[in-house]
Design a protein around this ligand. Structure first.
Ligand code: CA2
Length: 146
């Protein structure tokens, strides 16, 4: 059994409360529960953390090193410019799956750049909650073949 860190960045604590036309009506707790259920079905466990602060996300990635087998991360808007998160993820040894609820490439041009993608094992976007379940499947396969 492996631990998977599920990390969320800024404003994602507001899921289900605003902008349902973009992000749907599910809350962050719903996303965490769905991800944990998908992980449990594969015999893994999820440790979830959300923060609105870049340094806290960097600290959480550092704390995952050597302790957690994989990271699933939705960095929120940090995705598009937070090179400190890029560097922290580059120092993590296991699989890293970048997930977005919406499809940033179909939105404003400033969302088209991800500074996380170059250090992610893979990126999943635009599939809502299903994307998180797919991320767990990807992690489980990677861990099984490691
Ligand atoms: O689609 C995603 O998952 C995003 O990572 C969400 C970020 C956005 O900056 C990225 O470009 C794509 C924003 C999350 C904001 O979430 C809210 C949810 C409800 C109400 C207000 C904001």
């Amino acid at each position: 059994m492996a631990i998977i860190a599920l990390l969320h960045g800024p404003n994602l604590n507001l899921l289900g409360q605003r902008e349902p036309h973009i992000y749907g009506s599910a809350t962050l707790d719903d996303y965490v529960a769905a991800t944990a259920a998908a992980a449990a079905a594969q015999g893994h466990t999820v440790e979830a953390f959300q923060t609105n602060h870049e340094g806290q996300l960097v600290d959480a990635i550092h704390a995952a090193r050597g302790r957690v087998a994989a990271i699933i991360i939705n960095p929120g808007a940090f995705t598009h410019y937070a090179w400190a998160i890029h560097d922290a993820l580059a120092a993590f040894d296991g699989p890293v799956i970048e997930v977005h609820i919406s499809n940033p490439n179909a939105r404003e041009p400033w969302r088209h750049t991800s500074v996380v993608a170059p250090v992610a094992t893979g990126s999943i976007m635009g599939l809502g909650m299903h994307g998180y379940e797919l991320a767990v499947d990807a992690v489980a396969r990677k861990l099984a073949s490691a």
